[in-house]
Write a protein that binds this ligand. Structure first.
Ligand code: EPS
Length: 379
């Protein structure tokens, strides 16, 4: 079973991801993880913290001469802005953050909660996902994510190979697939930032090269759509998750939603075993099982809760009405969210791959992958 946890506070010494159940025998390239960490720090509208940090990964365990050992991997991302011991507590909770409910729950201060609730923690999740995506690559499975909507401006997705879409995304300051529309969106971010406000948006992730049969219909907690839902919904500021046509499917008739099934003998040797689907409204998942089509996951991010022009709050000591606290923050982190969701999706898909093909070594997984496809093709 491939799983991970994270530890670390936003202004503590470091963030750590502990990855357990990762197969032995994968040559790991830390530069792949560092690339994702760097992308997470980017995107138009981010705050001052990203000018302080240069996030890179250090492996504290689990590797020998660059190869995974099959033992737990501890991944560390250092915080340069490790000033937590010097920071004051916060007495005016920010609406939309963990401040109020978290401090009451723990019978403690706001600082004690916000340091862990901060989206800085997602650096550790991206590090874990950056490792997991390298396991996926060994099986020809590729993941990419982008921004489809920002501050109410609908940009949409785009058809094309992941390589084509990645190069469009790289040309966009906001990580969308429509770089020609950047000026409209960056002007909006500037305007809203000047007004002391923040913006949310929608991100989309696509996974190509999946086999038929990851996940299961048989038990609720192992259905892949359910696992993806949990992982993506658990990213800071995410308020909604959809797969494929998502909420729109609820507004259509069955005949307009479900993807007809065809068969093409010439494609029998390929990953779909010859089965064809003219549409992919299911987003690659039927009954919690991958169906050989690209996986498509979308997530809605609310605007960041820390406002330079704060909303009303209450002083926790006096119970008097006061403005919420302001701490340095971002105007918009939707681009970063696209990187985070991409990497948490990568991790869940890798976990499902390990569930299906075994987790001791990559070599054994590859042999089982081949055997499975051979058996499935014979049916
Ligand atoms: C973040 C680092 C944080 C915030 C942001 C995300 O750093 P600092 O608090 O030192 O400015 O910029 O966190 C939030 C928006 C939040 O609400 O917690 C990061 O590295 O992603």
């Amino acid at each position: 079973m491939l799983r991970y946890w994270t530890a670390g506070e936003s202004h503590g010494p470091a963030l750590v991801a502990l990855v357990d159940g990762f197969p032995a025998g994968l040559a790991v390239d830390p530069a792949v993880i560092d690339h994702e960490l760097k992308r997470r720090q980017g995107g138009y509208g981010r705050g001052g913290r990203q000018r302080i940090e240069t996030d890179t990964v250090t492996f504290l365990s689990g590797l020998w001469r660059g190869m995974t050992l099959g033992s737990p991997l501890a991944l560390e991302v250092i915080n340069k802005d490790a000033k937590m011991e010097r920071l004051e507590d916060v007495d005016r909770p920010r609406p939309g953050h963990a401040d109020l409910a978290g401090s009451i729950k723990h019978l403690g201060g706001v600082r004690a909660v916000l340091e862990r609730a901060s989206a800085r923690e997602t650096a550790a999740r991206v590090a874990a996902g950056g490792l997991a995506r390298q396991l996926l690559s060994a099986f020809g499975i590729e993941v990419a994510g982008w921004v489809t909507e920002l501050g109410g401006v609908v940009l949409g997705g785009r058809a094309g190979s992941l390589a084509e879409l990645r190069s469009l995304r790289e040309a966009s300051e906001i990580y969308s697939l429509h770089p020609e529309r950047d000026p409209e969106v960056t002007a909006l971010i500037d305007k809203v930032g000047k007004e002391g406000d923040t913006l949310g948006g929608v991100v989309e992730v696509r996974v190509d090269g999946l086999p038929i049969g990851l996940g299961t219909h048989a038990q609720w907690d192992r259905k892949l759509d359910g696992r993806l839902g949990q992982a993506v919904m658990a990213v800071q500021a995410i308020k909604g998750v959809e797969i494929g046509m998502g909420f729109e499917a609820a507004r259509r008739r069955g005949s307009e939603v479900h993807d007809p099934i065809g068969f093409d003998e010439a494609a029998r040797g390929g990953p779909t075993l010859g089965f064809t689907r003219p549409t992919n409204n299911a987003g690659g998942l039927e009954a919690g099982i991958t169906n050989g089509q690209p996986l498509v996951v979308r997530a809605a991010m609310k605007p960041i809760a820390t406002l330079r022009k704060p909303l009303g709050s209450v002083n926790l000591r006096t119970k008097e009405s006061e403005e919420a606290a302001y701490e340095r923050s971002d105007v918009c982190a939707v681009s970063a969210a696209s990187v985070i969701v991409e990497n948490v999706v990568a991790f869940e898909v890798a976990a499902a791959l390990v569930d299906k093909f075994g987790g001791d070594s990559v070599e054994e997984m590859q042999a089982r992958w081949n055997l499975y496809h051979e058996l499935a093709r014979k049916r």
